[in-house]
Design a protein around this ligand. Structure first.
Ligand SMILES: [Zn+2]
Length: 413
């Protein structure tokens, strides 16, 4: 990260050189585990991968830049996980259920970014009396507050809850404040002209770069959410069909499969829903060659409790229950979440934010590789979490440790 030297007031920086890796889950030339053993991070971004890091390190040293070296001891570099479905309230405080520090716990299970699916657990929020102005104020205030928080993980907050009567200015305001999504959860899907209104919302969301999300299946735990039928989901055609395996109750299998077949929506699954259906959804998308549509969230802390390992559990379930290879399952909780929400990150690629995990099978596992562990249904151990080029957990505290742990080598300059 950049810092200023008090004597000169010039911006200097240090770089992080990851070495001794046992491979990289690379984004190029194809999404797959590569044999690369090095990654170089500078000013919060990935600047080189593999042997290409060496020339850059030499040049940095010549410029007097400090290069810190973390030896991965054979662990594999994965992109930081992105939880695509959280309900934040204020910073790391959770109100439903009551708890503090939840974001820090998630970071310690490899989650380097979260996307809000609505700030609807804010004390006093009322779906019944929500108006276009109140939902807009809630979303813009939340986007602004979370946007000011530098501590990891990054929380993309400020999701506009769709209610009747929204105008384009509401959607524009939320987009300007940094909000990412328009979410259907309380919208009644009834009354005169609702179809035309949803069509207008779709048009405005596109024009202002918001992703449309729809709460799938039965009502949420608060009991106020509207359960849309499969037919309505297909009609609304959201960009993302949230918790398709239930939040916690899904549509029927037949309706769920119709949504997969008849829309192009990203399909999100969560670990706290119906796991049998999660496996069926992953299997169906695999057979259709459409696993690039499958994304992961946790519907937490509200809804599903505080579940730091939730994204990892969903990835493992996709792999083991849907017979999806580990690299592709990991993509569902990283790159696919980033693409579906149009946020940066989710891939180990030059230019991306340097959000990286060093991971391996948990100490004592019968498996020797990450792929074998995940495909067998096992969680993996995270030896280090790197957020924007800084090591923020060594090791991660919310997974058991892998066999080896990364270690610092001398900084060189
Ligand atoms: Zn939710």
């Amino acid at each position: 990260m950049p810092w200023r030297t008090p004597e000169t007031n010039e911006t200097m920086h240090e770089a992080l050189h990851l070495r001794g890796l046992g491979g990289v889950l690379a984004a190029k030339p194809a999404w797959a585990f590569s044999d690369d053993s090095k990654i170089l991070c500078e000013e919060g971004r990935i600047v080189a991968i593999g042997d290409a890091t060496e020339a850059r390190v030499r040049s940095l040293k010549e410029q007097g830049v400090t290069v810190r070296v973390l030896n991965g001891d054979g662990l594999v570099a994965l992109p930081g996980l992105i939880d695509g479905h959280v309900h934040p309230v204020a910073g790391s405080t959770s109100v439903v259920p009551a708890g503090s520090d939840w974001t820090h716990c998630y970071l310690n299970a490899g989650v380097t970014a979260c996307v809000s699916a609505g700030e609807l657990t804010v004390p006093g929020f009322s779906a019944r009396s929500a108006t276009p102005d109140t939902v807009t104020r809630l979303a813009t205030t939340s986007a602004w507050c979370f946007g000011n928080i530098a501590a990891p993980p990054r929380v993309f907050a400020g999701t506009l809850l769709a209610v009747p009567g929204l105008e384009e200015r509401h959607i524009a305001e939320v987009a300007d404040a940094g909000g990412r999504c328009l979410k259907y959860i309380y919208y009644p899907f009834g009354g005169d002209g609702w179809r035309e209104e949803v069509e207008r919302y779709r048009h405005w969301a596109r024009a202002h770069g918001l992703v449309t999300k729809l709460h799938a299946g039965g009502t949420s735990f608060q009991g106020d959410s509207v359960a849309a039928t499969g037919e309505i989901v297909i009609e609304v055609a959201p960009d993302l069909y949230a918790h398709a395996n239930g939040g916690p109750i899904p549509l029927s299998d037949t309706e769920t499969m119709s949504v997969i077949e008849e829309t192009n929506a990203f399909i999100e699954v969560i670990p706290g829903g119906n796991l049998r259906l999660l496996g069926r959804i992953a299997g169906a998308l695999r057979e259709r060659g459409e696993l690039d549509r499958l994304t992961v969230g946790t519907d937490s802390p509200g809804g599903n409790g505080i579940v730091p390992r939730g994204p990892l559990q969903a990835i493992v379930a996709i792999s083991a229950l849907g017979e999806v290879d580990a690299a592709t399952a990991l993509r569902c909780g990283t790159d696919n979440v980033a693409r579906s929400h149009r946020i940066p990150g989710g891939a180990i690629r030059t230019g991306e934010p340097a959000n990286i995990l060093l991971a391996g099978p948990v100490r004592g596992s019968s498996h020797r590789t990450i792929s074998a562990a995940i495909e067998s249904g096992e969680l993996i151990g995270i030896g280090a979490v790197i957020y924007e080029g800084e090591v923020v957990a060594l090791p991660a505290r919310f997974t058991p440790p892998p066999e080896a742990l990364p270690a610092w080598a001398e900084a060189t300059r």
